[in-house]
Design a protein around this ligand. Structure first.
Ligand SMILES: [Mn+2]
Length: 355
């Protein structure tokens, strides 16, 4: 069964039903196509609907797909309607979390006699279980990220700014084979470390700072996600204690990852360690998330996620402690759930590195 067939099976698609896929990551997953437009499909047919700029690209990237081109007076939705009519479709399932109100109005105008209902994230459900090729891509993205970080470490010096370190790390990832960065690199030094999603600034690195780097390469359409916090010179005893607490939470939680484990239970394990060390309320985000074509996918290691881990899931383990006015620490690995446990795809040192 190919990806499209599996997705349609998850969607429970009946005869007479068709699907519209607008989310770029879902289009890429199902077809390999990375351009603009949409995918229309059903049992026994699949097409990419796009404009002149992308038709040749679509034919190259998605050989099993019919490619339909818009022209003056015939928009994407009208082409999809013709395709659906040719295949006896009377009911369209669409991504109600992606299509805007305006775009949905256009679709309804083009298909006045169709019924519509939600696709209920069937593509995202299919994407939860990564196949070997996907895992290989994520691992390669992680390897590039780790090698780039290794190359950066000896270059981290007092006097550089966060922004300079970000540029050096991003450049190195690209130079080492990344297609792009998976998300905007975070570099947070000193007291900026208390901002979980700090934007690299003109702040100058000083001796005694801890610096958090949260970053990842993207390779063949797949993301890596890792975080390391390093010290430049001797950090304060308080920051050392914070570091050791985060490290313990990270290692304990990573070691218990396995099929059958409940996501919220693993999050609680980290929260109990951090709260027990006196930092209750200073770990204000979830413990982790799946990684794939998108940087944040399902399932999540969070208090709210009752999902059960399965082989083929990826998951990050990224506890942190954030203390305004003082700083913060986060340590993150991307892991893959296997038949009997899990393995980390990130091999950079986790013990405190004092540069
Ligand atoms: Mn992450």
């Amino acid at each position: 069964m190919n990806r499209m067939e599996r997705m349609l099976q998850i969607a429970g698609l009946h005869d007479g039903e068709g699907v519209l896929i607008h989310k770029p990551s879902n289009m890429f997953y199902l077809s390999g196509y990375t351009g603009e437009g949409l995918v229309a499909a059903g049992n026994g047919f699949q097409a990419i609907i796009t404009d002149f700029r992308y038709t040749e690209q679509a034919e190259r990237q998605a050989p099993g797909f019919q490619v339909l081109m818009t022209e003056r007076g015939v928009n994407h939705a009208q082409l999809a309607y013709r395709l659906f009519k040719d295949h006896g479709v009377t009911h369209v399932r669409y991504e109600d979390d992606q299509v805007t109100v305006r775009s949905f109005d256009r679709i309804r105008q083009a298909m006045p006699d169709m019924d519509f209902s939600s696709l209920h994230n069937a593509p995202e459900t299919a994407r939860r279980i990564k196949d070997q090729g996907e895992l290989d891509n994520i691992e390669e993205a992680c390897n590039i990220s780790c090698r780039a970080f290794d190359a950066l470490l000896p270059r981290i010096k007092p006097g550089l700014t966060e922004k300079q370190l970000q540029i050096m790390l991003d450049y190195t990832m690209l130079d080492m084979g990344a297609d792009s960065v998976a998300f905007d690199t975070i570099v947070a030094s000193g007291e900026n470390g208390s901002l979980p999603h700090a934007i690299p600034s003109a702040r100058v690195i000083q001796t005694g700072d801890m610096i958090t780097f949260d970053f990842g390469a993207k390779k063949n359409g797949y993301c890596a996600d890792m975080t390391r916090t390093v010290a430049v010179g001797q950090p304060s005893p308080e920051m050392k204690k914070i570091y050791e607490t985060v490290l313990r939470a990270q290692e304990v939680c990573e070691s218990v990852l396995a099929p059958g484990k409940k996501c919220s239970d693993i999050d609680k394990l980290a929260r109990d360690i951090i709260d027990g060390a006196g930092y209750a309320g200073r770990f204000g985000h979830g413990l982790g998330h799946a990684v794939g074509i998108d940087i944040h996918e399902e399932p999540r290691l969070s208090q709210a996620c009752g999902d059960i881990l399965e082989p083929g899931h990826t998951i990050t383990v990224e506890p942190g402690i954030y203390v305004p006015g003082l700083g913060g620490v986060r340590i993150e690995n991307t892991c893959a759930i296997t038949e009997h446990g899990a393995r980390t795809l990130v091999h950079a040192q986790k013990a405190l590195l004092i540069l």
